[in-house]
Design a protein around this ligand. Structure first.
Ligand SMILES: [Zn+2]
Length: 229
């Protein structure tokens, strides 16, 4: 028996959670590093981390809510239109479906036969899948999606906040960088393993981009720190 393991469908929520946590780690750490590079005391670093964490979690939630609900509005409207067309213009819709299968490589008779049988089986499901590209009619809940991304961002952002509270102030920049790279590498590892993709590539990619973001923030902090002191 030939069994293939496909990950593309089942890793959706995990991917979203890991991306949210990565965002939380990277953006909060970058803020903490930028302020730490310009500051000799702990309070501004803590303040920046907390503010960044709250603002980031809220903006993730708002962005996710808007994106999921507008996607779902579009899908609902498309399905409604399609349902109406199937009721009012069944012959045209059958024609349309036949053409889609011809374009995908079937000959005319077979395409017609497939279209007729699938229309009898589940007309709306077939049109939404093969014409509109909507695979699952059960859509994501915008509130759930917003909540999930805010939570995962917060979990990620708590890590640099803890570092900002407990790490020695003189080496704050290095502690922030070191911990966040370890966290990012770990979450890259988890995501790659859950998604069945190459672990080394995933970890390397997130470490390189994370380093880039944090070095840029540190540079900005140093430049402002030098100018204002
Ligand atoms: Zn159609």
């Amino acid at each position: 028996m030939h069994v293939e393991n496909h990950f593309i469908n089942r890793s959706g929520w995990l991917r979203a959670a890991v991306l949210g946590a990565n965002d939380g780690i990277l953006s909060t750490t970058s803020l903490a590093i930028g302020v730490a590079a310009a500051s000799v005391s702990r309070e501004p670093i803590l303040l920046a981390s907390v503010a960044g964490l709250v603002a980031g979690a809220l903006s993730m939630a708002a962005g996710e809510y808007v994106s999921v609900s507008s996607q779902s509005d579009i899908e609902t409207a498309d399905l409604k239109r399609e349902k109406k067309a199937l009721e009012n213009l069944p012959e045209e819709e059958l024609e349309e479906l036949t053409d889609i299968y011809i374009q995908r490589g079937l000959n005319k008779e077979l395409a017609r036969q497939v279209a007729v049988e699938l229309t009898a089986h589940d007309a709306l499901g077939t049109h939404s899948r093969d014409e509109l590209g909507i695979n699952e009619i059960t859509q994501a809940n915008p509130l759930m999606a917003a909540f999930a991304s805010a939570i995962s961002f917060t979990i990620g952002g708590l890590l640099p906040l803890l570092v900002a509270i407990f790490a020695p102030i003189k080496q704050m920049v290095f502690y922030q960088y070191g911990f966040s790279i370890v966290f990012l590498a770990f979450s890259g590892f988890l995501a790659a393993q859950a998604g069945g993709s190459k672990i080394f590539t995933a970890v390397l990619r997130i470490c390189i981009w994370g380093t880039f973001a944090m070095v840029m923030s540190a540079l900005v902090g140093y430049i402002f720190g030098v100018q204002t002191s």
